[in-house]
Every structure is written in structure tokens, then in C-alpha cells.
Design a binder for this molecule. Sequence first.
Ligand SMILES: NC(=O)c1ccc[n+]([C@@H]2O[C@H](COP(=O)([O-])OP(=O)(O)OC[C@H]3O[C@@H](n4cnc5c(N)ncnc54)[C@H](O)[C@@H]3O)[C@@H](O)[C@H]2O)c1
Length: 279
Amino acid sequence: MQNLQGRVAVITGAASGIGRGIALACGRHEMRLVVADVEADALAAVVAELNAAGCDATGVVTDVADRLQVDALAKSAFVRHGAVHLLCNNAGVIDDNLPSWECPPADWQWVLGVNLMGVVHGIEAFVPRMLASSEPGHIVNTASIGGLVTSTANTPYTVSKHAVLALSECLYKELEARQAPIGVSALCPGWVATGIADADRNRPEPRDLGEMEQVRRERLRSALGAGMAPGAVGELVLEAVQEGRFYIKTHPHWDHLIEERFAGILDGRRPAATRLPRE
Ligand SMILES: NC(=O)c1ccc[n+]([C@@H]2O[C@H](COP(=O)([O-])OP(=O)(O)OC[C@H]3O[C@@H](n4cnc5c(N)ncnc54)[C@H](O)[C@@H]3O)[C@@H](O)[C@H]2O)c1
């Protein structure tokens, strides 16, 4: 989808970090925007920022883990604008980094509910409407480098991102087989300086962190803090949409990690834990 000007974008998780970065980039490309997030005040601030920059933007408070709320988001975007051309299923959270056998069921439910089912709900609510409109379109699902490699950290998150990547590849093939005018991309960022280390600010039932979990969270904050600027990710996303690129990688200098994993699979080696570099 080369021409973005005047087209309609819907972005989930748009009140912070990468979602906000994509929204501001869409604004710079003079797109019309419907931005969604579970955090009402932060969402209102982003809408105000977009409006102040002269952008036609509205906010819809939405919990992507709730399929009825995502359906209501789609309805309101189509009622307001008559079409949606770019859908970014971006909202995401990260677990507290416990070994999988110690991870409480509520952690699995929260992370898979937002990261995976949020994308499923976006596809369910928007794709039929986008197909019916016959307008050109593009869907960007936010996965992660954690959808391409595995480590010893954040297992529910890693599982959710592998699932989002597989879902995105399947969706791409399904739409291509139908010759639908809708492209798909999977965004696979490395470290980006966002608020995701404190994702539990939006958790329905927050829980206290143990000492080790607090140490790990501090390490995550520090790695993220040295990461790429979210605004740069937003521009990369729109470039990929315009070029029709499927995989959007923010850290191509980490490609050797992906190569090592797949070479290990092909060679029948045991999985080696990947350590993500700081940059
Ligand atoms: N920051 C990184 O280094 C990095 C790397 C790879 C992938 N990602 C992915 O990028 C996406 C955005 O995360 P971020 O890093 O910008 O974090 P962030 O915390 O800055 O932004 C995430 C946004 O999602 C919103 N959100 C959380 N739960 C929600 C829900 N149930 N419904 C709707 N909105 C919800 C939050 O309120 C927040 O505004 C996530 O999918 C994340 O997994 C981030």
C-alpha cells in the first residue's frame, strides 16, 4: 500500500512506546487515525498530541483481550471513516520472568490473552470488514525477536510471540490465496526504549514481585532504556507497509541469532539459550 495520505489507520496499544511511535509516524504521513489502548489517560494524551499536530485522530479505550471491545473498536472506526486501510495489532505485555513451572496460570492467561488473543480478536473484527470494503489494506502484527529465538527469560511472552509470528505468516498466506488486496507484516523488534518493563501497570490483578523478579525487571528496564527510539520503529513500519515487506526487523545486526537457531534445528542440535546483546 504505497499511498498512505488520507488513509485510515487503527493502532492498538497506541498510548505508549511502539504504538505511539507508529501513531505519530502515521500522523506525519497525514493518515486519519483511530488509536486504542486500555490506559484511558495516556490514550487521551496521545490523541491530544496528534490533534495538536493537525491530525484527524480519535481514541477508543479498548482492552484487546476482550473480543467484544475489539469488535466495538472496529465498528466505531468503520462508522466514522467508512474504511480501515492499516490495522496495527500492537498492544502487548510481558510476564514477570519466572521459570515456566512456577509461572501462575493468571500470568499465562494475562500474557496470552493480550499478546495472542488480542491479535486474534483484531483479525476477527477487522478482516471481514476490510475484505467487504474492497479497499487496499495492510495488517501489521507486533511480534518480537522473541518470536524468532528462545532464551531462558519470559517464557509466556516468548510463547505468545512465536504464536503471533505463526499466525501472521498463516494470515499472509490465507489472504494471498484469496488474492485479497490486503498485505500483512510481522513486526519483530529487538530492544526498543518503551514502558513494557512496567506492563503490569495495566494488569487486571497485579501481584507483588519477589526480590529476584525485581532485579530481573530492573535489568529489563536498563536493556530497554538503551534500545531504539520508538519513533524510528514507527517510520520503519510505514516503510515496510509501503514496500509490502512481511518481516520488519529493527535489529538486522541480530540476524545471526536467527540463523544460529534455525541451523541448530536443521543440524539436530539441542537448543542453545540465546542471550540478546544490549544493542
Ligand atoms: N519494547 C521492546 O523492546 C519490544 C520488543 C519486541 C516487541 N515489543 C512489542 O511491542 C508492542 C508494544 O509494546 P511497547 O514495548 O511499546 O510497550 P509499552 O508498555 O510502552 O506500550 C504497550 C501499550 O499497550 C497497552 N496495553 C497493555 N495491555 C493492553 C490491553 N489489554 N489492551 C489494549 N492495550 C493494552 C499499554 O497500555 C501500552 O500503552 C508489544 O506487543 C511488545 O510485545 C516490544
